[in-house]
Design a protein around this ligand. Structure first.
Ligand SMILES: [Zn+2]
Length: 93
């Protein structure tokens, strides 16, 4: 038979290819994909940015013509920051 990896002619009974070392049969168990660990700082940076934006919107609402809109957006930003923060805390357990 031919090696699936490199195409070398190898014995039919061979378990691995003598040339490249690739197995001739599929692994019984699939390798578990390693989940890349996300940077733990990233979530806090996102939360911090959202809170800073909310703070900015709160400040801007003082001079804006439509302070209600700014305050609503600021509230939404704080809410989003809280949701992200809570989700991160819950998932860590
Ligand atoms: Zn091979």
């Amino acid at each position: 038979m031919l090696c699936k990896h490199c195409g070398t002619e190898i014995a039919d009974k061979a378990i691995i290819c003598f040339r490249c070392g690739a197995g001739t049969t599929d692994p019984v168990r699939k390798a578990v994909p390693v989940r890349p660990r996300r940077n733990p700082l990233l979530g806090f940076v996102v939360v911090a940015v959202l809170l800073l934006l909310a703070l900015y919107m709160g400040q801007a609402s003082r001079t804006a013509a439509d302070p209600d809109t700014y305050q609503t957006v600021a509230g939404l930003l704080v809410g989003a920051a809280l949701v992200i923060f809570i989700l991160r805390v819950v998932r860590r357990r």
